[in-house]
Design a protein around this ligand. Structure first.
Ligand code: ATP
Ligand code: MG
Ligand code: MG
Ligand code: MG
Length: 563
């Protein structure tokens, strides 16, 4: 690609409304442009990265034997009514009505549609197993679309759905998909973890998530140091809460919040002893999930409510809001997952016992507090370690908490959708059975942002080569004054293209500084500079994106290939 004809549009300024580095750099590099909340245009630069991700995903899905389809984005309400999710999806689903007053949604996911398709086309055991996938636009009306493509409303997902005669075959395919996801992430070249997960609204039995590790990840992962156990914190909590254990003592109180601005005020309002300090607070209703914050000091509730709590508190998402409401609303006695959170936090951040956790609803209608001593917490944390090691021989390996970005999710759905939508096939004895289903989602657009969160420096993005918009950029020095430089650039550019190298030639006629800055900002992994001086010596100046210095290499494609 000749950059003079590429509509590159970079900026030095960090956009004010972009909080995380991937969002900032995607805007600065000119990969995306915002249309509205959670709605983005991919520019010519951005789409090159997106397509590379798509190609890797497509190749690995094809190699794993899945069959590509493309389903409508707009879906009739009847299917969702049949599965029971028309109501269950709530405000997450964008609904619409056509001219004949029929109701539709813009698909947030496609279990219903694929089951309907299978129902029309599959009737015999001879047609199973089968796995269909698509790469397609989804719409979810997220409460708080943010971080650019990371949590968008319209985004691109690869979703696959498999159908099986029995559980064992579903389990086999689940592991095929799990391995395909691992290959996709290995090829892209990112550091990731596979963790046990809750199945959430999609339903079903077994499920695991693929997380790209990054400081800004919205999810907390509990990972055993010996590598035998990894779960997202929600799943760890659910598992832990399912094991019976004594409920600690607790006290439910309500206070009026107007006068309560700090934790100290809160303690006063609750009439707690002066020496009581809050170690954790639950903020409700901010997102689709409550957030437990571990406090590192006395801060105003408004501060905590505001975004950017890093530095004063560590947010930990946990459990469904309904679970929390139930526990906080039910009064003392059945605190379930809340305790577990406090235990996780006690070990991870607070070090000392969490003396008290405070739950607050977001608009400040009431607060609830519980008192726990160290004694109540320590044994239960030990218990959690055992519970979360699914492993038959729990060895008590310490858990550490990592932050991750969910980029993929594999589920064993069982017969939830096939039963609800009445999909049946005949087995070899002519008996009708309900197929088992699996589903496998991958965030094609999200992983572009996730890759940047893991791969950047002060100068910009440092793409892994597999998804870089260009592999190599050729930068001429004083091309306007030197026919030899122009010719050498054109020749090398043509040679690279013939050799199948994804190359850009910066023929925009800029000064070297801005060309270097753009190449670094947009993250091209390899750079060569062609100048009269180099040509006289028969060399190219080479620099890898992460190299601190450049080096002279022989002027040949072979020498370049070694890099
Ligand atoms: P999250 O927990 O981040 O809300 P999810 O669990 O709701 O994601 P799934 O239903 O598992 O998402 O969808 C499969 C994949 O789609 C996710 O693993 C993620 O990579 C991607 N994805 C989901 N929601 C979004 C979004 N709002 N923006 C971009 N990608 C998304
Ligand atoms: Mg979600
Ligand atoms: Mg999730
Ligand atoms: Mg998920």
């Amino acid at each position: 690609m000749r950059l003079s004809a590429f509509a590159l549009s970079t900026t030095k300024e960090t956009p004010a409304d972009a909080e995380i580095v991937s969002h900032q750099l995607m805007l600065r590099a000119g990969m995306i442009r915002k249309l509205g909340a959670g709605l983005y245009t991919w520019t010519p630069l951005g789409i090159r990265v997106l397509r590379k991700v798509e190609n890797i995903v497509r190749e690995e899905m094809d190699a794993a034997g899945a069959l590509e389809v493309l389903m409508p984005a707009v879906q009739p309400a009847e299917l969702w009514q049949q599965s029971g999710r028309w109501d269950a999806m709530g405000d997450l689903m964008l609904r619409m009505t056509d001219r004949a007053e029929r109701q539709y949604c813009f698909g947030p996911t496609h279990e219903e549609v694929i089951t309907d398709y299978a129902k029309r086309d599959i009737s015999s055991y001879k047609q199973l197993p089968v796995n269909f996938y698509q790469i397609q636009t989804k719409f979810r009306d997220e409460i708080r679309p943010r971080f650019g493509l990371m949590r968008a409303r319209e985004f691109i997902m690869k979703d696959a759905y498999s159908f099986h005669m029995d559980d064992a075959d579903l389990d086999r395919e689940y592991h095929v998909m799990r391995a395909a996801y691992a290959r996709i992430l290995d090829r892209i070249g990112l550091d990731y973890r596979v963790v046990a997960a809750d199945s959430g609204a999609i339903g079903g039995a077994k499920s695991e998530e693929f997380h790209v590790l990054a400081q800004t990840g919205e999810d907390e992962l509990a990972v055993a140091e010996n590598g035998r156990y990894a779960a997202n914190v929600e799943a760890a909590l659910t598992m832990a809460s399912e094991t019976p254990r004594p409920a600690p003592g607790g006290e439910l109180r309500k206070v009026d919040t107007p006068g309560v601005a700090t934790i100290a005020d809160l303690c006063a309002a609750l009439d707690l002893p002066a020496e009581t300090t809050a170690k954790a607070i639950v903020v409700m209703g901010d997102d689709d999930k409550p957030v437990l914050l571990v406090l590192r000091g006395d801060h105003s509730l408004n501060e905590i409510k505001a975004e950017g709590i890093d530095g004063i508190a560590t947010p930990l998402q946990f459990a469904e809001e309904s679970v929390i409401r139930e526990h906080f609303g039910a009064g003392p006695g059945s605190l379930g997952p809340v305790n577990v959170n406090v235990r996780v936090i006690a070990d991870y951040a607070v070090q000392n016992a969490a003396d008290m956790a405070v739950g607050a609803n977001y608009d400040g209608a009431h607060f609830v507090n519980f008192n726990w001593g160290r004694d109540a917490i320590e044994p239960e944390f030990a218990d959690l370690r055992n519970v979360v090691a699914g492993d038959p021989s729990p060895d008590g390996s310490p858990l550490s908490i990592l932050r991750g970005i969910e980029v993929g999710h594999v589920f064993q759905l069982g017969d939830k959708y096939s039963r609800a939508l009445e999909l049946s096939v005949l087995d070899e004895n002519g008996k009708s059975i309900t197929p088992q289903m699996g589903c496998y989602g991958f965030g094609v657009s999200r992983i572009v942002a996730a890759a940047i969160e893991q791969c950047f420096d002060d100068a910009g993005i440092c793409w892994p080569t597999a998804i870089a918009p260009f592999e190599l950029v050729i930068i001429p020095i004083k091309a306007d004054k030197s026919a030899a430089v122009r010719k050498a650039c054109d020749n090398l550019y043509a040679e690279c293209r013939n050799a199948g190298i994804d190359v850009a030639l910066d023929d925009r006629g800029l000064r070297p500084g801005p060309m270097f800055a753009d190449a670094e900002l947009i993250g091209i992994p390899h750079r060569v500079v062609i100048s009269d001086r180099g040509l006289e010596a028969g060399t190219l100046e080479y620099k890898g994106r992460r190299d601190s210095d450049n080096s002279q290499i022989e002027y040949s494609l072979e020498a370049l290939r070694q890099k």
